[in-house]
Each structure stands twice: as structure tokens, then as C-alpha cells.
Write a protein that binds this ligand. Structure first.
Ligand code: GLN
Length: 485
């Protein structure tokens, strides 16, 4: 396969050196996508005709000029089917582009496909999209992770240099960990959610997968910005690409309670990277975090996200939106349309969410979970009085086997002392802080990422620290072979 595994900058240089044209690049990438369709990573590949008609001029002042990408299928694309991974929207063609689609169009990127996701973004495996399972590109017995499964697959396999994702709990940052790529969820509201089919609006973020931090800076430059069409949007623009290497020393924090509960090789890997960071002249600070709040995190996430999902998806009734199954009246039509077209995870989450929205349960359950969310946010604020960047494990292990997943969903997992370690990434959805996963170690030749976080709106500092750490990790691997067994 030609032109695979290349970054945005590498492709840009090829276009600039006239090694190929935009159309040749698009054709070649299109063919690679087509050859991989069996793996289900795309819901829709765009019409070939669109590539035949591509007559875009290359602009050497724009790093994104002619760069191909795929976008998660819960992001609206005018006139191109947008299913959000659910059967109820399997015939939905949006009338407008999402703001992020529009911005990427203005940047002259070339959209080639819509990528698979777990239904409505609910899930973390890539096994629960209505169009079938997506599996790990490096080991077909393992999950790719989700919910942004198809986008993670496409970038990890090297088919496109970047892809969009959305992240409500960890849906960009966890699959990035399982696939050895960079996954970034910026500060809440930095990239408009207008035209993005939600899961849980107070937790939803739009972000990206790329091959490296430099490319991440490029796509963020193109897409950050206030949007009056999204009332949670904020102005948080930075010159990421230009300033990426400006800052080289940081105060890094690690959570003591996390270190205490980690075991085995992954624990040793974290001890080692902390040492290297310190030797390099940075400050490394151990932070305390209330364990009871970490233990509550998965429950708080589920309560808030399931309840929001119920209200936000009330329009998927087969009448306002979605495929209809006729009934005798509105309620019957809605019930039949939903019963036929929603999968098991969505149904389960909607039932639990509805239970909390019942008037008698709102105060007892939902309002309480929001109060705990507030305590978690306050605890995070305290961390950032002491450090610039908080480092956490993106996952403790390589991608799980598919057979380990079936029958076990997050809401039925065993209870144990260290269960909170699996859900740490959700912290960043609670307070909306920028959070990024970078490639870190390999165990049995399969990747595990490392996760970095900064105070809300300090996205620039976070990407600078990420660039620093990315370089440090590759230096350690090169010099000692550590992290790479
Ligand atoms: N894995 C989490 C879940 O199952 C996160 C989903 C997401 O971020 N969209 O809900």
C-alpha cells in the first residue's frame, strides 16, 4: 500500500516536492480504504466520482491542503449519510455540515469516509456499532477500543494521517492507547459541537487522532474557535503549531493513589518515565487525590451521561428523526421504532437514565451525582495549583481480547480496590480539561499509551508538554530499548 503510515507534514512535503498531486494522493488513499472495508471501520466510503472530479490546487502555505481524512460518523456531513452508529439513523442525511466539517473543508482537507462507532458513542470497544465489529488492526483477536473505533483503526493502520473522534468518557484517549497513536480531547467547548450527534452534552468533546503531536497541533489550529451555533462553545484559540517547541520545562504531577494501586511492568514503566523526566530538569510532584472520589467516578459518569442521553435523544422517535415503525399513536410509534432500532447497550443505558429522571429519583440520584462531580472538579482544581501537567495511565494493559469483552460491560464489572484505575480518563470529562494520550510502551509487542492533562484552556501548554514527552520517550527507546518489550 502506497502512502501509508505518513504524517500530515510528510504528506505535505511530498505534495510540495511534486512527488504526487492531490488527486493522486486521494486516489491512492481511497484504494487503501477500499481494500480494508472488510474490517468494518467505515460506515460510508465517499463516492469515487468525487475523487475523479477533484480539481483542487495545492497551496504550499497551508499544511492541510489536500490532506485526506475520515470523520467519525456522529459528525454531520451535508448530503453524506451520518448514522452515529445506530440503526435508527441508518438513513439520515444531514442538511448541513457540522462546524468541524465546515472548518476542515475551509482548510482544504479531503474527506474520504465516515468511520464506525459504538452506537451513539455509548461503549468503549468498537464491537457495538450497528454495522458490525471493528477489531484491533495489530491483532484481530483484540478490540480496537471505542467508541471512536473506526477513526482509531484508520489512523493506527496508517491509512489516513488524521481522523476526528468524540470523547464523552474516554472514547478518543482509550482507543489511542490501545493502538499506539495520539488521541486528544481539547478543553470543553474549544471545538464546536454544532452538528455533532451527542451522547451526553455536558461531557461531550470533539477531538482527533493523529500519528504525532505536531500533526495534532496542525489540526487544532484549523478547528478551534468560538462558534455562535454552539452555546457551550468558547474562544480558546492558540497558535499551536508555531509555538509547539517554545516551552521545554514543566511541573509534572503524578497521583500517589494511582501509583500505589498499579502493579507489574506497567507500574515500573511509570516509575522509570518519572525518573527520566526529573533527570531532564523538570519538577516531578506527587499529588494526593481523594480515593473515595475516584471510586465514585464511574458511577457519577454513568448517572450523568445516561440521564443526559435520555433527554438528548428524545428526538430519536421515528417521527422527528429516525427510521419509523408505524404504531397506532405517537407513543406506540416511538416505542416500536426504538425497540426495533436501538441496540442492547443503548436500551440499557436509556432505562437507567430514565429511572434517574423520574421526579422522585432526581434529587436522590441525579442531583447527588452532580454534587459529587463538583467535588471532583474542586479536587482537580487543587492539583493544578501545584502542577502544569497531570500524568495518568491511559490504560493499564494492552487492548483486551474480544472474548473477554462479551458479556462484561462497564456497568457490570467486578468491584475491587483498584477498579478506579480503569476509568481515570473520565476525570477530564468532569471538568472539561484538555487531555491527550500519547504512545508510550509496548507489552508483547502491542501498544499502551500514557495520558497527560492540563488545566482547562491550557491546551497550548499541554501540547508543548506532549511534544516534549513524545521526544523523550522516543529518545529513551532509541538509547536503551526500554518501554519497548
Ligand atoms: N467507554 C465510555 C462509555 O462506555 C466512553 C464513551 C465515550 O466517550 N463516548 O461510555
Amino acid at each position: 500500500m502506497e502512502f501509508t503510515n505518513l504524517s500530515i507534514v510528510e504528506l505535505h512535503n511530498k505534495l510540495k516536492n511534486k512527488e504526487l498531486t492531490i488527486k493522486e494522493l486521494a486516489k491512492s488513499v481511497y484504494k487503501n480504504l477500499q481494500e480494508n472495508l472488510d474490517s468494518n471501520f467505515l460506515v460510508t466510503l465517499i463516492d469515487e466520482e468525487q475523487i475523479e472530479n477533484l480539481d483542487q490546487e495545492f497551496d504550499e502555505t497551508n499544511l492541510l491542503s489536500g490532506i485526506p481524512y475520515v470523520t467519525k460518523d456522529n459528525i454531520s456531513t451535508k448530503g453524506i449519510k451520518t448514522t452515529a452508529g445506530t440503526k435508527i439513523l441508518s438513513n439520515y442525511f444531514p442538511a448541513t455540515d457540522a462546524t468541524i466539517t465546515e472548518k476542515l473543508k475551509e482548510s482544504k482537507t479531503v474527506l474520504l469516509g465516515k468511520s464506525t462507532l459504538d452506537e451513539l458513542g455509548m461503549g468503549g470497544t468498537g464491537l457495538f456499532g450497528f454495522n458490525g465489529e471493528v477489531r484491533n488492526p495489530f491483532d484481530n483477536e483484540r478490540i480496537v477500543g471505542g467508541s471512536s473505533s473506526g477513526s482509531a483503526y484508520a489512523v493506527a493502520k496508517g491509512l489516513v494521517p488524521f481522523a476526528t473522534g468524540t470523547d464523552t468518557g474516554d472514547s478518543i484517549r482509550k482507543p489511542a492507547s490501545f493502538n499506539g497513536i495520539v488521541g486528544f480531547k481539547p478543553t470543553y467547548g474549544s471545538i464546536s459541537r454544532f452538528g455533532v450527534i451527542p451522547y451526553a452534552p455536558s461531557l461531550d468533546h470533539v477531538g482527533f487522532f493523529t500519528r504525532n503531536v505536531e500533526d495534532m497541533a496542525i489540526v487544532c489550529d484549523a478547528t478551534f474557535g468560538y462558534d455562535k451555533k454552539d452555546f457551550t462553545s468558547i474562544e480558546n484559540k492558540h497558535e499551536f503549531y508555531k509555538n509547539l517547541n517554545e516551552n521545554k520545562k514543566f511541573k509534572f504531577g503524578f497521583l500517589e493513589v494511582v501509583e500505589k494501586h498499579m502493579t507489574g511492568k506497567i507500574h515500573d514503566d511509570y516509575v522509570k518515565i518519572a525518573e527520566k523526566i526529573k533527570q531532564d530538569g523538570n519538577e516531578v510532584i506527587n499529588l494526593e487525590f481523594r480515593k473515595d472520589l475516584l471510586d465514585a467516578l464511574p458511577a457519577v459518569y454513568m448517572m450523568i451521561s445516561f440521564a443526559e442521553a435520555v433527554s438528548t435523544h428524545a428526538n430519536l422517535d421515528g417521527i422527528n428523526f429516525g427510521n419509523r415503525v408505524e404504531g397506532v399513536d405517537y407513543i406506540d410509534t416511538m416505542r416500536k421504532s426504538r425497540a426495533k432500532n436501538f441496540g442492547a447497550t443503548v436500551k440499557k443505558r436509556m432505562v437507567i437514565g430514565s429511572y434517574q429522571l423520574k421526579q422522585e429519583n432526581q434529587e436522590r440520584l441525579l442531583a447527588k451525582s452532580k454534587k459529587v462531580r463538583r467535588l471532583i472538579i474542586e479536587e482537580l482544581n487543587k492539583m493544578f495549583e501545584q502542577v502544569d501537567v497531570l500524568i495518568m495511565p491511559a490504560s493499564l494493559k494492552i487492548a483486551p481480547l474480544v472474548k473477554e469483552i462479551y458479556g462484561v460491560e462497564i456497568e457490570d464489572r467486578d468491584d475491587n480496590e483498584a477498579i478506579f484505575l480503569e476509568d481515570l480518563l473520565v476525570l477530564a470529562n468532569m471538568n472539561g480539561m484538555p487531555s491527550i494520550t500519547l504512545p508510550f510502551v509496548k507489552h508483547n509487542n502491542l501498544p499502551i499509551g500514557i495520558n497527560l492533562n492540563a488545566k482547562p484552556k491550557e491546551d497550548l501548554k499541554l501540547l508543548q508538554a506532549s511534544k516534549y514527552l513524545e521526544d523523550l520517550i522516543s529518545k529513551v527507546i532509541k538509547e536503551s530499548g526500554d518501554f519497548n518489550e
